[in-house]
Design a binder for this molecule. Structure first.
Ligand SMILES: [Zn+2]
Ligand SMILES: [Zn+2]
Ligand SMILES: [Zn+2]
Length: 170
C-alpha cells in the first residue's frame, strides 16, 4: 500500500517517524517550528521541546491540559497560556496533529511528516498512525459524484485497540 500516490497532501513522504533518524527529524522539526517564530529559546520552550521529543518517541496522544500538567509537575513554573499557545503554533507548523476522538474532544500527537491517517481506540483514546490511503483518482471520483473539487482530506478510523480487547473491551 505504501506505493500508492498520496500526492494530494503535498507533504513529503517517508516511511517511519520513530526510527532513530525519524526521532532526530522530529526534534529538528519541533525546533525549526519554534525558530520560525523568531523568539529566543527560553527555558519553558526548552522544556517543552524535550517533553515533545519524549512524546514523539512513545507516540502517545495528549490533551493540552495533560501536557501542561505534566510539565508543571516536573518543572514547576510554566504558564498554561504558554503551553496552549505553543501547541497552537506547533499544529500550524504541522509538527503536531490534532486528532478527533469519538466523543468530539481531541488530542494532540507528534507524528511523522509523511502523509498518514489515524486509528483511534474508543476505549483508551490511544492513537496510532497508518500510511494507507485512497488514490487521488478515487478521491476525485468521490468529489465529482457530489459536485466537489477535492483539495484535501482527513481520515480517522475508530475501533478497539489490542490492549483494550485483551482486558475485556468490545
Ligand atoms: Zn498524525
Ligand atoms: Zn485501547
Ligand atoms: Zn490520505
Amino acid at each position: 500500500m505504501k506505493d500508492q500516490s498520496c500526492s494530494h497532501s503535498g507533504l513529503p513522504r517517508h516511511d517511519c517517524a520513530k526510527d532513530d533518524n525519524g526521532q532526530i527529524d522530529v526534534l529538528r522539526r519541533i525546533e525549526n517550528a519554534f525558530f520560525d517564530l523568531s523568539r529566543p529559546n527560553t527555558g519553558p520552550r526548552r522544556i517543552l521541546v524535550e517533553k515533545l521529543a519524549e512524546l514523539a518517541h512513545t507516540g502517545e496522544a495528549f490533551s493540552a491540559d495533560d501536557l501542561w500538567q505534566s510539565l508543571r509537575a516536573s518543572h514547576g513554573r510554566i504558564g498554561r497560556a504558554t503551553v496552549f499557545r505553543a501547541i497552537e503554533q506547533l499544529v500550524e507548523s504541522n509538527v503536531l496533529d490534532r486528532v478527533e476522538l469519538c466523543d468530539g474532544s481531541h488530542r494532540y500527537r507528534v507524528c511523522g511528516g509523511s502523509h498518514h491517517h489515524h486509528l483511534v481506540c474508543t476505549m483508551c483514546n490511544r492513537v496510532v498512525d497508518f500510511l494507507d490511503c485512497l488514490s487521488d483518482r478515487k478521491f476525485d471520483e468521490i468529489g465529482r459524484r457530489h459536485g466537489f473539487t477535492v483539495k484535501d482530506h482527513k481520515l480517522t478510523v475508530y475501533g478497539t485497540c489490542d490492549r483494550c480487547l485483551k482486558s475485556g473491551g468490545k
